[in-house]
Write a protein that binds this ligand. Sequence first.
Ligand code: F1X
Length: 375
Amino acid sequence: MSDVPGSFTWRVLHERHPSLIARVREATPYDARRNRALDALLEEIEGIMAPPEDSAHDRDLWESWDRGHIGRRWDEVPFLWAESYFYRRLLSAVGYFEPGPWRGVDPFEPFKQAELEGEAVDEELRELDALADAPAGERDQALILRALWGNRADLVFRISAGPDLADREAGLVADDSALLWSLAGTGRVCLVADNAGSELLPDLVLIDHLLHARGTGQVILHVKPLPYYVSDATVTDVLACLRRMAAAGGEAGRVAGRLRAAIGSDRLVLRAHAFSCAPLPYREMPVGMRDDFASASLTIMKGDLNYRRLVGDRAWPHTTPFAETTAYFPGPVAALRTLKSEVAVGLTGGTVEALERTGRPWLTTGTHALIQARA
Ligand SMILES: O=P(O)(O)OC[C@@]1(O)O[C@H](CO)[C@@H](O)[C@@H]1O
């Protein structure tokens, strides 16, 4: 829940979301009607959640996902539900679903594009040249760590986390990478993406490595069907990353070429399932998605939000076993995530004590990360 003033979740709803609305307005010159709708949303999020508009194409879907929350205060329903619904309402406010000129215009695209065009990305892509000749085991570890730490590049987080984010020290609080690699066999691997740009690029490089070097037969890449949580990856973002890598040339260009071919031969399959933007945990996933995960030798869940949805967005004792919270999942699963919310399981008592002893925050700052897996 988010009803304790000053708590992390309360601040997301009452500080992060209003500042996000301001950033969206700065980034795009919306017309008067859109601005009025954004004003109305700004007011609404301090009070009662309104239902989707009568004419909304996805009204039935949201009603099926509702658990009696619509009509209550935004901060009195589960945090995951309120946060997800906020992004849905923001898209409505900017006219994303309505027939007319603003239909399909991603309000977060200016942020995503600026990041993808940045020099930091050039540097990261150039580093792939040296990695291409590294011994196999070294490459495995380097690519998984890049995909993991790429998760720090979450634009909703950057907007509000302060300028010193990049300087923070890196700490792995759990590392099941050996188990992860032993599960990534020659069959199918699912990767459930999180952010576009600097996170999706290393995810795509990891996918290429699985297909090209590790003998994985097929990768199914799940992305979001809609712009979501600012920087979450959509199919448009996958295509933008492929173009960016192709333009960079060198090893990045070769990776892009192989991935294009893999899409053409169905060795890399893209999915954009409606449930990927649902305000619910994966425990409630629908049959089609369950079948995908059940058919894979490994599903890799990227990022903080996917982690919350995977283990359940609850105040678990941090020593609760990861295998216990994911026992419902239909196949082997791994999480690659930097810690940006208060949910964490699968840690040893010693690790938790050592982290608490530092006296510094470690759960919500993006300074720590984990690799967890269960067979
Ligand atoms: O899923 P991601 O991109 O790693 O993180 C999403 C996130 O920034 O959004 C929420 C707060 O708004 C937190 O769960 C988390 O910090």
